[in-house]
Design a protein around this ligand. Structure first.
Ligand SMILES: Cc1ncc(C[n+]2csc(CCOP(=O)(O)OP(=O)(O)O)c2C)c(N)n1
Ligand SMILES: [Mg+2]
Length: 630
């Protein structure tokens, strides 16, 4: 068996004190990269820092110059949001340059918002969608055993992540297959996104749970380097069963004001907080060079952003008024509806501050049901409660509602036509910095395909309030999709909406520009640019994707003879496809579809992603000019 012991680098025979120094460097790197990116998850990265440092600088059998070496040990960070700790260890071990850490979450970069095995050397598996890493680890451990390779698989899970049922399916499988080459760490910091684990979704008695699944279980202090190393070495000796190390940790460990504080889960420190954190992690020492570089990178990026957003074209746009995220309107109207309709209940999956259902939770705690990170279970439970005449609003991110819980939606909600309102935030690529795992860019297509399902995406804050109210009264299931970021106001407060009836926002004769959701403001921007070139777009807000307003599409396109659609979604099966179906059957005229062109996006600033993937106003102008020439 090859080992990193005896190799000619500075990780040879590490003493405990040098490992502790390493962990300080790793914590510094975590803070620096998150500060430079102005985005990321410090809390869970810092709680995992000692364990991941011990693995990478003492125990893992790896070759940084040969990241795909077949006999290497594998590591999977299943709680993928903590990837800064992984990237820091990989960089400090030589998988890529340390300075590259400052490109975290940058467009075209290798360090995505969540771990991506296609992009980052040393990342053995793609994660970010919680609950899946252990299953992948089981597959790897099984395959390595079958190939008789003497290497091991290590998987780190979050304690909140244990809410996902798939973790326990994997735990059962690992025991069934006698996977003694598999070791799991639980980063037991007793905090998840919405609060303490024992309040959000209790997981105790944890030791007994794993024992009952026939695992070898050890409990340690996850910040005690000696205990970490001993537990890992002991697990290596266990035969015939997988091992789990329950590591008691502190979220935000090493930075006093972050320690055990839920709100530092995904919050970025300001400059003073950042420098204070660096001082605490490196007491008495000079800040490492990466800190100065992080300050410079952040400064330059802010400067560039300020310059770009003051570009003259934006200033002259008549519609560029105030902006607010549609998810804010959802949270607020939900409270109003709760007051008016006692049958309204809310189901949430540990992201209530993101989806804004926290407002309802505060007001009506007895009608708010926190299911933890367990979307499939939540969806099925909502179906069950709907049979009693309640109207559940079920909330999570678009990607998890439409894909993790897809079959529950189809068979348990849509087929019996139950009055469940699936209200999702972070639709499309709006969770831009988080990257592909969090970007729901196939969701409205999936939902549109399901019989009985109505699909709505409001254009702005005011439209959201009206359409959520309409959705409540609608007799069947509804999928409502909201944005993460602020979108400009398009409508006045008293604008009335009808499900299935689109709206003409600007009349025009040259082509029909049909948009949905946050792309309405892009369409309006494009229409204004085109007006200056003498091209008149007819801009339509198709807020209801299903049932689509065929009458309006046909009437508009019969006049303009051409159509362009724009959506923050794949061009397949979403708005573009729906409009093309109507035109193909009833009014055959040329159409161009703007959206993601059968590709996954990546991490990056939202406006830069729209530009890179051809989904901005300039892309509409180009498509319009091309259509005009033809
Ligand atoms: C399937 C899924 N649902 C929701 C989320 C959003 N999310 C990111 S982190 C998190 C909380 C995780 O808590 P825990 O596992 O305890 O992580 P830690 O405390 O170590 O940061 C949630 C709900 C996700 N990434 N994946
Ligand atoms: Mg946790």
């Amino acid at each position: 068996m090859k080992s990193n012991m005896g190799k000619n680098d500075d990780t040879e025979n590490p003493s405990l004190s040098s490992l502790k120094d390493r962990a300080r460097t790793i914590r510094t790197d975590i803070l620096a990269m998150i500060y430079a990116a102005q985005s990321g998850h410090p809390g869970g990265s810092l709680s995992a820092a000692d364990i991941v440092t011990a693995l990478y600088f003492s125990l893992l059998k790896i070759e940084p110059q040969n990241p795909y070496w077949a006999d290497r040990d594998r590591f999977i960070l299943s709680k993928g949001h903590a990837c800064p700790v992984w990237y820091a260890c990989l960089a400090e071990r030589g998988f890529f340059p340390v300075d590259e850490l400052l490109t975290l979450r940058e467009i075209n970069g290798r360090l995505q918002g969540h771990p991506d095995m296609k992009k980052t050397p040393g990342v053995d598996f793609t994660t970010g969608s919680l609950g899946q890493g252990l299953s992948a680890g089981v597959g790897m451990a099984l395959g390595l055993k079958a190939e008789k390779r003497e290497c091991r698989v290590y998987v780190m899970l979050g304690d909140g992540e244990l809410n996902e049922g798939q973790v326990w399916e994997a735990a059962m499988a690992a025991a069934k297959f006698w996977l003694d080459n598999l070791t799991v760490f639980i980063d037991y910091n007793n905090l998840q996104l919405d609060g303490r684990c024992d309040e959000v979704m209790p997981i105790e008695p944890l030791k007994e749970k794993w024992e009952s699944f026939n695992w070898n279980v050890t409990e340690i202090d996850g910040h005690d380097m000696q205990a970490i190393i001993k537990a890992i070495e002991d697990a290596q000796k266990v035969k015939g069963k997988p091992s789990v190390i329950i590591a008691h940790t502190i979220k935000g460990k090493g930075v006093s004001f972050m320690e055990d504080e839920c709100h530092w889960h995904g919050k970025v420190p300001n400059k003073e907080e950042f420098l204070q954190a660096i001082r605490e992690v490196n007491p008495g020492g000079k800040p490492p060079p990466l800190v100065e570089k992080a300050l410079a990178v952040q400064h330059d990026r802010e400067d560039a952003f300020r310059r770009e957003s003051l570009a003259p074209i934006k200033e002259t746009l008549s519609h560029s008024r105030d902006a607010k995220p549609t998810r804010d309107a959802f949270g607020e109207i939900l409270v109003e509806l709760g007051e008016e309709y006692p049958e309204v209940v809310v189901f949430e999956a540990d992201i209530s501050t993101s989806t804004r259902t926290c407002l309802f939770a505060e007001q009506y705690p007895e009608r708010f049901f926190q299911f933890g990170v367990a979307e499939a279970n939540m969806m099925a439970a909502a179906a069950g409660m709907a049979t009693l005449g309640k109207v559940p609003f079920v909330s999570t991110y678009a990607v998890f509602a439409s894909m993790r819980a897809c079959e529950q939606v189809r068979t348990l909600i849509a087929y019996p036509n139950l009055k469940v309102k699936i209200a999702v935030s972070h639709g499309g690529i709006t969770p831009a910095n988080d990257g592909v795992t969090h970007q729901g860019s196939e969701d409205i297509g999936i939902m549109r395909t399901i019989p009985n399902m109505t699909v709505i995406m409001p254009a702005d804050y005011n439209a959201t309030k009206q359409l959520v109210r309409e959705a409540l009264h609608h007799p069947g299931p509804v999928y409502l999709r909201f944005t993460r970021d602020a979108v400009p106001f398009v409508y006045e407060e008293d604008e009335q909406f009808e499900i299935g009836k689109g709206k003409i926002l600007i009349e025009g004769k040259d082509f029909s520009l049909i948009a949905i959701g946050d792309m309405i403001s892009v369409a309006l921007e494009a229409a204004e640019l085109l007006k200056r070139k003498g091209i008149q777009a007819e801009v339509i807000d198709m807020h209801t994707l299903k049932p689509i307003d065929s009458e309006l599409i046909i009437a508009s396109v019969m006049k303009t003879k051409k159509a362009i659609t724009i959506e923050d979604h794949q061009i397949h099966n979403g708005l573009g496809s729906a409009v093309a179906e109507v035109l193909g059957e009833k009014a055959p005229h040329p159409i161009r579809r703007i959206g993601l062109r059968d590709t996954f996006a990546e991490s990056g600033r939202y406006d830069l992603l729209l530009k890179k993937y051809g989904m901005d106003a300039i892309a509409v102008v180009r498509a319009a000019e091309e259509l005009m020439i033809k």
